[in-house]
Design a protein around this ligand. Sequence first.
Ligand SMILES: Nc1ncnc2c1ncn2[C@@H]1O[C@H](COP(=O)(O)OP(=O)(O)OP(=O)(O)O)[C@@H](O)[C@H]1O
Ligand SMILES: O=P(O)(O)OC[C@H]1O[C@H](OP(=O)(O)OP(=O)(O)O)[C@H](O)[C@@H]1O
Ligand SMILES: [Mg+2]
Length: 281
Amino acid sequence: MLRVAVPNKGALSETASGMLREAGYRQSRDRRELVLVDPENEVEFFFLRPRDIAVYVGQGILDAGITGRDLFLDAEVDAEEVLQLGFGRSTFRLAAPAGRYSSVNDLEGLRIATSFETLLGDHLAERGVSASIVRLDGAVESSIQLGVADAIADVVETGNTLRAAGMDTFGEPILASEAIVIANPRSGNKAAIDVMLRRLQGVLVAKQYVMLDYDVHVDQLEAAIALTPGLESPTISALNDPAWAAVRAMVKQSETNTVMDELYAVGARAILVTRIHACRI
Ligand SMILES: Nc1ncnc2c1ncn2[C@@H]1O[C@H](COP(=O)(O)OP(=O)(O)OP(=O)(O)O)[C@@H](O)[C@H]1O
Ligand SMILES: O=P(O)(O)OC[C@H]1O[C@H](OP(=O)(O)OP(=O)(O)O)[C@H](O)[C@@H]1O
Ligand SMILES: [Mg+2]
């Protein structure tokens, strides 16, 4: 049976579970549940802290797991990033009271608080800066005011937390993170991991694309299909009126309205957009 780790709480937990549910797996609504067996799909889900997931997968105790790239890289474990899930996007950055520092080089000899010791340590080493790292578990933004650090390195998404603390980012972003699937490279369940990845990819594509149908005069067919090339190639069907054809193609959701405007301009009519419920590509 495949053994998969899922964040039990925090920023990634609900979306990760939701995505697995959409991929056809059994997921629990009870946050206290630690293990959940999905006998139909032969998967056992373990609900763990996102930071610890890298450790379990790295040691091969679990085959795969969903966590954040920042947590995975900070843990320095023997596992691979195998799929980007496109949510939980954040940047790992240096921050301090607004205007105090402008580059990592300003931190020579100072104290920097973080929950990501390895990521910060590597960044400082790369830039040849020697500073002391103060390892904290969370609420890192409070550390400067409380006098334990001069600057921090933390997860930033909207920047609201920093602004509320009178702080600002500075220097180059250290890492762009998002939710990812990691897998143990020596797992004996590679085929089952691949099935799960294909299912999750299907969920991602179903979210990113819509199905577009339209009718177009055969004289304009070339111009229209150039606008909707689809993933492989669009489906073209004959209509009762031989002067017209019907076209069906997948289009990026974000581009739907622009493509519809352009299709209309080249003479396409009866342009229909349908949500894709699930897919396997
Ligand atoms: N506000 C946010 N927006 C987007 N992603 C975030 C945000 N906060 C954290 N993350 C990402 O979510 C992952 C897990 O972080 P999270 O804060 O949920 O864990 P934690 O700090 O261990 O738990 P908690 O905050 O519940 O104590 C990390 O990869 C992090 O980059
Ligand atoms: O840029 P923002 O949108 O404000 O988000 C970033 C904040 O979110 C996370 O905090 P979390 O709630 O996980 O608390 P923690 O720092 O104690 O982990 C992170 O550590 C930042 O503090
Ligand atoms: Mg957190």
